[in-house]
Design a protein around this ligand. Structure first.
Ligand code: KG4
Ligand code: ZN
Length: 325
């Protein structure tokens, strides 16, 4: 029987479901973003996120099946994000997945959100074969990885403070832009001069990152300008700030690739949608734009390479907030 994986993702503020074939063809990918709901608070409010997931998980799951022109009768396994993320939000997806798997007698595969981001690269039509060196840059994580097989990775470096996406979001807030800020900084930066301001790239040993000094540098630059001047220089600030983040990311990815010696490099996670980063790494494999930020196609993809947990064991699965160390 050919595998048909139904993926579910509710780790943060996107409620997502997708149907992916065992060969990695995406039949459907539905993402309902709650970003607008959280925008007025300037970040994700966990309790609000959980409640909204609860309302959306059923309709989104049904929409993914409809879009994929399939039914639960054809699905062979359910893959669901178990962590890391907001525990209350994760539990909604995990409980829904347990219920559907149990009622249909299906296998359930718990998936790690970070592995799921990497598994975006294993989707058709341009599936990438390990080994490769990978940068995972999202709102919650910034890691350089050595990927030698499709079921996991080794961590070569990570951030000592903020994640790259977090740096984008905090920078956006300092520049008076909305939440989430990465895409808005990206847009505004197109009209700016990246050399206008000189922002530092942190000197951290090894393959680690640090973005907190950069954020402080932006704060000082913003404070040094009066309101009119700030308005006039906003695009320059965005472009210069973005360039500093992109330089830090590309520098570490190149150094990591040198260390592993693998021919291919790849970038995944929400920040992989950044146009400047994509332009700076013309030789890298990027997740398609629609699959950079959180989605369930990546979860279903990862679910193809992990072992299912049999009934009744999966009924006892719990969500986890941070990556197991
Ligand atoms: O992977 P993701 O959807 O969620 C996490 O797992 O964290 O990543 C979201 C992050 C946010 O911080 C957002 O600002 C950032 O990805 N992001 C971008 C862009 N689009 C989304 N950052 C820079 N440029 C973009 N175009
Ligand atoms: Zn993510």
């Amino acid at each position: 029987m050919t595998e048909l994986v139904l993926g579910l993702e509710t780790s943060c503020d996107e409620t997502a479901a997708a149907v992916v074939t065992g060969d990695g063809v995406v039949l459907s990918s539905v993402v309902s973003s709650q970003a607008e709901l959280h925008a007025r608070y300037g970040g994700v409010v966990p309790e609000i996120a959980s409640r909204r997931h609860l309302e959306l998980v059923g309709p989104v799951l049904r929409a993914a099946l409809d879009d994929g022109k399939t039914t639960l009768d054809d699905v062979t396994r359910i893959a669901v994000t178990q962590g890391p993320g907001l525990v209350g939000a994760l539990l909604v997806g995990l409980s829904a997945a347990k219920a559907v798997a149990w009622s249909r007698g299906l296998d359930l595969v718990p998936v790690d959100h970070l592995r799921a981001h990497v598994a975006t690269l294993y989707l058709e039509p341009e599936a990438l074969e390990p080994p490769f060196t990978c940068l995972l840059a999202s709102g919650g994580h910034t890691l350089v990885l050595s990927v030698t097989d499709r079921s996991g990775f080794d961590v070569l470096g990570g951030t000592l403070d903020d994640a790259a996406g977090e740096a984008f979001d905090k920078g956006a807030r300092l520049l008076g832009l909305g939440y989430p800020g990465g895409a808005e900084v990206d847009r505004l930066a197109r009209d700016g001069d990246p050399e206008a301001f000189s922002f530092p790239v942190a000197r951290v040993p090894g393959l680690d990152f640090s973005f907190s000094g950069l954020k402080t540098a932006l704060l000082h630059a913003v404070r040094a300008l009066d309101e009119r001047e700030l308005e006039r220089r906003r695009a320059d600030l965005a472009a210069s700030y973005q360039q500093a983040i992109v330089r830090a990311l590309t520098g570490r990815l190149r150094a990591a690739a040198e260390q592993t010696g693998y021919a291919s490099i790849a970038v995944v996670g929400g920040v992989a949608a950044n146009s400047e980063l994509r332009a700076a790494l013309p030789d890298a494999h990027f997740a398609p734009l629609s699959l950079c930020t959180d989605n369930a196609a990546m979860v279903a993809s990862a679910g193809r390479f992990a072992d299912p947990v049999p009934l009744p064991g999966y009924l006892g699965l719990d969500a986890y907030a941070s990556a197991p160390s």
